[in-house]
Design a protein around this ligand. Structure first.
Ligand code: FES
Ligand SMILES: [Fe+2]
Length: 370
């Protein structure tokens, strides 16, 4: 199922032809959300998969999040079948024990005093792991590559007051990550996929002009007053009597953030599309706000939205099985072209060690109808 995505990538970036045959089109050396914090209680060992890497995730008795490769370095049995005492993970097969936070072996029960094996040189696969905004984030350095000397900080959702509400939603898409992402940034499907009384109607489609600017590893829809055909924005403006501004950023590898502000009121959200396997990705959506908006009302709208996107992606995956030719058109698909450009240029910069070239020359205004 990755095939169509790769063809599309190749068509846009020209980078596909040289990629190894088994290249799944993932971006390594970034943080990805693996699972929700609420999925891990006490000494649970919980499995997750990121970029086709099986992981076992947990929290030590000192509350430190950890992520190991879910595979014992001795014979490969998943470590998640073993036991965790709050500090070390014991393999279920021969009882080797590993420090959960470093992956370092601390005991091999079968060794005798005659054995020369240095157990502290034995390591289980291991990734940096941090808990933020209600997720276990895992830094996925590529297979066979070392961690950078300074691993960057894990992403954090921006908030603008001490008290706020926060909620999380997720949904799986049977798609390659590239299709998940270009679906996320696609402005033209709104009136068709999300048509409803509270959002947009087909009849309200009108021409829009939005300014975009390059930012490191991504692009920004410059701060603007949101679309007048969206009821929630109209209500907000009425309530505060102050202008509403929205800033939307996309940054590699997979993150769209949106900030809406009006006077003292704010709403901040982040959607990430995370590759689980080459034919499966997951949208993790977190939103925080200090508006007088009950969580359950927001969730009922957001769940409907996500379900509509999910149904569309399920239908699209059916079509993509037959490897159709695809198109990206101007201007509505220009953000998708930038995504492919950013991805290709990042890989090129990593390969050559040269600074990364940004696919945008500078600010640009795009026009579309939605
Ligand atoms: S397979 Fe894990 S200890 Fe042998
Ligand atoms: Fe959508």
């Amino acid at each position: 199922m990755s095939e169509p995505a790769r063809t599309l990538t190749a068509a846009i970036s020209g980078a596909g032809e040289t990629a190894p045959a088994n290249d799944a089109g993932f971006l390594w050396d970034f943080w990805y959300p693996a699972i929700r914090s609420s999925a891990v209680r006490g000494n649970d060992l919980v499995t997750a998969m990121l970029l086709e890497v099986p992981l076992v995730v947990g929290r030590t008795s000192e509350d430190r999040a950890f992520a190991m490769r879910d595979s014992c370095p001795h014979r490969g049995i998943p470590l998640s079948h073993g036991r965790f005492d709050g500090k070390t993970v014991e393999c279920s097969y021969h009882g080797w024990r590993f420090d959960a936070c470093s992956g370092q072996c601390v005991e091999i029960p079968s060794l005798t005093s005659q054995d020369k094996l240095k157990i502290d040189r034995v390591f289980a696969g291991h990734h940096p792991c941090e808990e933020r905004d209600g997720y276990f984030w895992v830094y996925m350095n590529g297979p066979g590559t070392r961690l950078p000397e300074a691993v960057p900080d894990a992403p954090t959702l921006k908030t603008f007051s001490e008290k706020y509400k926060i909620t999380h939603l997720e949904c799986e898409l049977p798609s390659h990550i590239d299709h998940g992402i270009i679906g996320l940034m696609d402005p033209a499907h709104g009136p068709f996929v999300h048509a409803s009384w509270f959002w947009r109607k087909r009849g309200s489609i009108h021409e829009k002009a939005k300014q975009f600017e390059p930012i490191p590893n991504g692009f920004r829809m410059s701060p603007h007053t949101p679309s007048s055909n969206s009821a929630p924005y109209r209500m907000l403006q009425k309530y505060t009597g102050e202008p509403v501004t929205t800033t939307i950023d996309f940054v590699l590898p997979n993150m769209r953030t949106e900030e809406i502000r009006s006077g003292k009121l704010w709403f901040s959200s982040r959607a990430t599309v995370t590759p689980v396997r080459r034919d499966l990705c997951r949208i993790d959506f977190v939103a925080a706000w200090n508006l007088l908006l009950p969580v359950w009302i927001f969730r009922s709208f957001a769940e409907k939205f996500l379900r509509q996107d999910q149904e569309t992606m399920v239908q699209q995956a059916e079509g993509l099985k037959h490897n159709p030719r695809l198109m990206l058109i101007d201007d509505a698909d220009r953000p998708a072209k930038w995504y492919f450009g950013l991805k290709a240029n990042l890989l090129e910069a990593r390969r050559t060690g040269q600074p990364m070239r940004h696919p945008m020359d500078g600010p640009v205004t795009l026009h579309w109808r939605s």
